[in-house]
Write a protein that binds this ligand. Sequence first.
Ligand SMILES: NC(=O)c1ccc[n+]([C@@H]2O[C@H](COP(=O)([O-])OP(=O)(O)OC[C@H]3O[C@@H](n4cnc5c(N)ncnc54)[C@H](O)[C@@H]3O)[C@@H](O)[C@H]2O)c1
Length: 350
Amino acid sequence: MKDDAIERTEWVRLTLGGSTSTVTHSGVDELADGLSDALWVMDANTDAIAGAPEGVPKVVLPVGEAAKSWPAVDRILRAAVEREIDRHGRFVGFGGGVVCDVAAFAASVYLRGVAVTLIPTSLLAMVDAAIGGKTGVNFAGFKNMVGTFHAADEVRICEETTHSLSEREFRSGLAEAIKAALLDDAELLEIFESHAEAILARKNPVLSEVIRRSILVKARVVESDYREGGRRAILNLGHTFAHALESVAGFGEWTHGEAVAWGIARAARLGEATGHTPAQHAERIISLLTRYGYRIEPGVADPHALLEAMRHDKKRAGGAIRFVIPCGVGETVVEPVDEVTVLQGLVHPG
Ligand SMILES: NC(=O)c1ccc[n+]([C@@H]2O[C@H](COP(=O)([O-])OP(=O)(O)OC[C@H]3O[C@@H](n4cnc5c(N)ncnc54)[C@H](O)[C@@H]3O)[C@@H](O)[C@H]2O)c1
């Protein structure tokens, strides 16, 4: 591992909560530069992939959502104490969204907050979890029940690390990138439409362009609303449906991204039914999601069970369930929709 000259390209610089967070693009060999004294957090998979450093102080967590837990935080904090990491020290999260969330959370509470570098290795973490400063762990059976805002001062991206991701995990991350395109990048949407084969084959330069542009979309949104007072809610496009599906189908049946893709399709149809989304735009969304191989048909789970799960969604307001509706590229509204209309959209073919 080199600790000398660090050659990375700056992609994005965000100001979040008064501090700066820089997203840089690195080659796989430079990912660990300058970070040999930091405390690394990874999981058993990412400990073994390209870019994983040797000989650094590290905590290796078990694989999967269960690692986003209090015991994992305990292990990281104890390792930091044992290593005598002081308040000028640094944690590094090297892994998917789980590792990024838990490493950043531990960094935010250790000595009232130490610096954290995130090196996301799943596509989902690159375009979403590592960007925007939300940290968290699951608690008392609830997802992300405990957390903080603590932005990484640096996020290092190397798309090469995605090469070892399973096909399913890769496509799961792509759904969030497609969401980003729909939210605020017409050119990215066209790239998705015209380069599907290359994107699915993880080819460059198109893959790094997809990642860079998706990050820019999220960066613009979170900079305008760091603590989710309003606009940040649009990042939940597809998520009200997705969370319901994940809980009704049983966690793990659908990956988060697969459920989000299904949810985006349902939100587009709901937009059509409520007069917010022109039919042409809904068709464009449906055909894109189909091209990328996602399951988007309405009847994938019991409609009444889905509705019940949505009633419990934390984004509920004023008695009606609120949805992020894609009206056009870069045009999104967050609207309450009555339950009868929602139910119809879960029953009828579309
Ligand atoms: N903080 C945020 O703003 C935010 C946003 C979105 C999602 N999240 C969180 O992110 C988590 C989901 O992230 P995820 O989908 O990356 O899950 P994950 O971290 O569990 O990673 C998915 C799987 O891929 C493996 N993996 C990761 N990188 C790999 C690589 N390069 N090669 C081979 N295997 C690799 C992991 O070990 C794991 O088995 C959820 O907990 C979610 O709440 C957070």
